[in-house]
Design a protein around this ligand. Structure first.
Ligand code: HEM
Length: 153
């Protein structure tokens, strides 16, 4: 509570104040990055969970669902790369080697996730589908973990 009756009020110096944090460009930047991450990562996990049920409906259903998912997932991946570059420009602390090394590791796992997803969608064998699918999801989870480390440092 900042004002006499809550809600909008004034601080001790007479400046207007509010109970709600303000929205900034950083909010928009991180919102877009995290939204795209939820689609890329959450979509892969959800699709993996749906595959057995889809296969029971029809042997072609998992591939059809994966094709539709790709139309959402790749734009999300593009948003991740674009907002990721925006993150680096806006949030990179100068002269912080551990941050830079963590970012470099993150870029490797992002590349692993993207390349494995590409190989997964072109794979015809069950082993290829399983290995590249798992690799893409593992890379994506790694990117989330390292992203949280970067943002929290
Ligand atoms: C699979 C792709 C990616 C995923 C899943 C991902 C996920 C995330 C997540 C969850 C965060 C944490 C945000 C927070 O806690 O507020 C984050 C932060 C960050 N990401 Fe990514 N990211 C991806 C790609 C990229 C790329 C390609 C770059 C660089 C080109 C990048 C650079 C960053 C940076 C610098 C931060 C810290 C931002 C800050 O401190 O404000 N990310 N990422």
């Amino acid at each position: 509570m900042t004002g006499p009756a809550g809600g909008l009020g004034a601080d001790g110096a007479g400046r207007p104040s509010s109970d709600v944090l303000s929205v900034s460009l950083d909010t928009v930047r991180l919102f877009l990055h995290i939204l795209a991450a939820t689609v890329w990562v959450g979509g892969q996990i959800t699709l993996a969970g749906l595959v057995p049920g889809l296969r029971a409906l029809s042997p072609d259903a998992p591939r059809a669902a994966a094709r539709r998912f790709n139309r959402i997932a790749w734009p999300a991946f593009a948003v991740l790369v674009l907002t990721g570059m925006w993150n680096v420009a806006a949030a990179r602390p100068g002269d912080n080697l551990p941050w830079d090394v963590t970012l470099a590791v993150k870029l490797v796992v992002v590349a692993v996730s993207g390349i494995a997803a590409l190989l997964h969608s072109h794979s015809r064998s069950t082993a290829g589908l399983a290995v590249f699918g798992a690799l893409s999801a593992a890379g994506a989870l790694g990117a989330v973990f390292l992203g949280v480390m970067l943002a929290g440092s």
